[in-house]
Design a protein around this ligand. Structure first.
Ligand code: SF4
Ligand code: SF4
Length: 446
């Protein structure tokens, strides 16, 4: 194991390396809504150093502080010493989970993520029940409870709902492209190309149109698709919550499974920023003290690529979109998911593709975290998620765009709810993949 990666988990040495310049404070999502030095990146780092030196007890107050970080990585982005605040917070959350346990509903949720068949059954049941218990807005793919339940997790909130059939259950494993004209074009470089799709849990159960749209795009390009049916959750929700047993199980199952087909495909494409960052960056971080597994995760990482990045850099999709001649009247604004731009450097690719058929307008700070923050933030600390979401809703409203887009379903859930909370009702959220497919479908119908 390199000394470098070990150093990344040494709280004392990180705390010693913090020069207290304060550059991280103005960009910190939690500090902006809770102006306390303790809930700032350098505050977290200081406290973690003290914790490692046994000068700070991991009491309820410390737990509360460490659980208030959104893991947005804004601080890492601006830190002159590249201090990995997010990674050490993720690490200490495991100590918190060991000491205080994990709330029953989170344990139940992570159990379901490990057991796809039970999750499939419950999602189907949920689809039946929800048709009576909640008011569904098909256009926004969100739902409101008809009765006002006294639970902060769902009260007055716009939340995603399960689709009738999950994406993974809707299609066969192998889908041969029907439109071979483009692939046979010598300029396209796509002949005999095949990609696997990692869909992500929200795309699988709630926002299933993302997967449908991705298949439309691949078919238009003449690229064959493989849908690996045994894929499990990328483990991000469990990682951010400190449930390392679930992380260990999920990522090892996925690594073993991916290794069975990775050499047969050109890439494993992922229309989700958080899942792809988890798999191609955070798996190796998590496995820093399991040398062999870390090596296997790192061997897979170059093939796990966000969908817009792969499409823009490896196909002639831009050219095809331009030649549809289609321009929609909708104005689109793009939000940069933290796990796309800051962690993977992906921000130009979705914009390039969307702009071929839509007019775009930039919001005042597309890089500002939407405030999703993970399972704990969305449940026990929802007041923080709500406060962080309102400025994002306001800047989207100011653009006068009718569509806000981001390649991340966690951002979609949070932004859709923030717009609802801010009473901005005339803006809908679309994954860039959905916008691109709409242009191609429009071309087909002409
Ligand atoms: S990850 Fe985000 S919320 Fe957490 S300390 Fe860094 S900037 Fe603040
Ligand atoms: S930017 Fe980095 S070095 Fe400066 S105070 Fe923040 S964590 Fe410390």
């Amino acid at each position: 194991m390199s000394e470098n990666i070990l150093k990344k988990f040494d709280y004392t040495s990180i705390s010693d390396d913090c020069i207290k310049c304060g550059k991280c404070k103005p960009v910190c999502t939690i500090f902006n809504i809770n102006q306390d030095e303790a809930t700032s990146p350098r505050g977290f780092i200081d406290l973690l150093g003290a914790y490692e030196r046994d000068e700070l007890e991991l009491d309820k107050n410390a737990k509360d502080i460490f659980e208030s970080c959104f893991l947005c990585t804004n601080c890492v982005d601006v830190c002159p010493n590249d201090l990995p605040t997010d990674m050490i917070i993720e690490q200490v959350r495991n100590d918190i989970a060991k000491k205080y346990g994990i709330a029953w509903y989170k344990r139940a949720f992570f159990f379901l993520l490990r057991n796809r068949k039970i999750m499939d059954f419950l999602a189907k049941m949920g689809w039946v029940v929800q048709t009576c218990g909640i008011k569904i807005d098909e256009k926004k793919q969100s739902a409101l409870f008809r009765i006002n339940l006294p639970i902060e997790m769902i009260k007055d909130r716009s939340i995603p709902f399960a689709d009738r059939t999950s994406f993974l259950n809707k299609y066969p494993d192998n889908i041969k492209a029907t439109n071979t004209k483009n692939a046979n074009d010598n300029l396209s470089n796509l002949k005999n190309k095949k990609v696997a799709i990692f869909i992500g849990c929200m795309g699988n159960y709630a926002y299933t149109n993302i997967g449908d749209s991705l298949l439309t795009i691949l078919d238009n390009l003449g690229v064959d698709a493989f849908i690996p049916k045994d894929q499990l959750c990328c483990s991000a929700p469990a990682y951010f919550t400190g449930d390392f047993d679930s992380v260990d199980y999920l990522l090892k199952q996925n690594i073993e499974y991916f290794e069975t087909f990775v050499n047969d495909v050109d890439a494993i494409i992922v229309p989700e920023a958080t899942c792809s960052a988890m798999m191609n960056i955070d798996w190796a971080h998590y496995l820093h003290d399991q040398k062999d597994w870390k090596k296997r995760a790192e061997a897979l990482a170059p093939k796990i690529i966000m969908a817009t990045k792969w499409l823009e850099e490896n196909t002639n999709l831009s050219y095809i979109l331009e030649n549809t001649g289609k321009r929609f009247s909708d104005l689109v604004t793009y939000h940069d998911p933290c796990h796309a731009k800051k962690m993977q450097g992906i921000s130009a690719q979705p914009r390039t593709l969307i702009s071929k058929n839509y007019d775009m307008v930039e919001m005042s700070d597309s890089n500002r975290c939407c405030g999703f923050g993970g399972v704990t933030m969305q449940s026990e600390k929802y007041h923080f998620a709500k406060a962080a979401g309102l400025p994002k809703a306001a800047m989207i409203k100011d653009t006068q765009a009718s569509i806000v887009s981001a390649e991340c379903s966690a951002c979609r859930m949070q932004i859709t709810n923030s717009l609802h909370t801010a009473k901005v009702e005339d803006v809908v959220f679309k994954n860039p993949i959905e916008l691109i497919a709409a242009a191609l479908l429009e071309k087909e119908s002409n």
